[in-house]
Design a protein around this ligand. Sequence first.
Ligand code: SF4
Ligand code: SF4
Length: 291
Amino acid sequence: MEGRIINLSRFCTDDGPGIRTTVFLKGCPLRCLWCHNPESQSRESEILYSAEKCVGCTSCEAVCPGGCHSFREGVHLFQRGECIGCGGCAKLCPTEALTLSGKTVDSAEIFREVARDAVFYRESGGGVTVSGGEPLAQPAFTADLLRLCRENGIGTAVETCGFAGEAAVETVLPFCDFILFDVKETDPERHRRFTGVPLEPILKTLHRIAERKIPFRLRLPVIPGFNDREEHFAKAKELAAGFSSCQGLEVMPYHSLGQYKYVQLGKPYLCADVKEPTPETIARWRAAVEG
Ligand code: SF4
Ligand code: SF4
C-alpha cells in the first residue's frame, strides 16, 4: 500500500509506551496558526532551502526542469513557482542547502525497516507510532502498516488530531493498540479560527475511539495567546473524565523550533510574536488538568 511520508525516527520515547519508531506522514488537513512542522502540511514533496549553506556551484540551475534556480551577479535566486518536487536539485546539492521533504513509500517496505528494532520494542513494551502530518489522512497506508506490525507482534499507536471522516477512522482504529489524541482547543469557534477546521468531527472520532475501548491519552499543546485559558483546560479535563479508556492528559509546551522551516519553505510564519510558555505556566496548566 503506497503512502506519503516525511521520515522515520528511531528510538523515540515520547510517542507512546516504551521505545518506539515513529513514522511521520506527509499531509495534514489542519492549518494550525502556530504549526511547528509546516513541511508536514502539504502532501506534495517540497524543497527546503537554506541560503546560508549555498556555495553557488550552480548544479541546481543546470538540472531543474522548471527553471526554478537562477543566478544574478553571483546571487542564487530560488523561485519555487514551477517546482514539481522532483528532487533533482537536492540530489546534486553538495552542501545540503537544498533538501527534499516528502517521498512515496510502500507499507511493506516501511514495515521491514521498522521491524529491524523489534527486539527493542519487545524489551521495552514499545512499538511503532504513526504520526504526522495526519495518519487518518492516509487511512489505507496507516492501517496496512499497523496491521503488519500487529501480525508480527509489534505494538501499534497513532498520534492524531482526529479530523477525519468515519470511513477513514474505522479503517485505522481496528489496528491501534494505543492513541495519542491532540486537542488544540475545546471552544468550537476558536478551534475553527485557530486550526481552520471544525471541532465536531474531532469529538466524533474521540467517541469512536472510546467506544472501541482503545486506550488513549489527550495531548494538549499550550500556545500562549491562543489556548492558554482556564476554560480550555477545564473543558479538556472534563472531556477526559468522560471516557474510561482515557489514560490521562499531557500538557505540551509550544516551542518555536519550527520557525526556521518557514524561512526554508518560503512561507510566512503567522505566530512570530508568540513566546514559548515558561516552566511556571506549564506547571500551572499541568496542575489544572491533574488536580
Ligand atoms: S525539486 Fe525539481 S523542480 Fe523543484 S526546484 Fe528542485 S530540480 Fe527544480
Ligand atoms: S546546488 Fe546547492 S550549493 Fe549549488 S548553487 Fe544550488 S543550492 Fe547552492
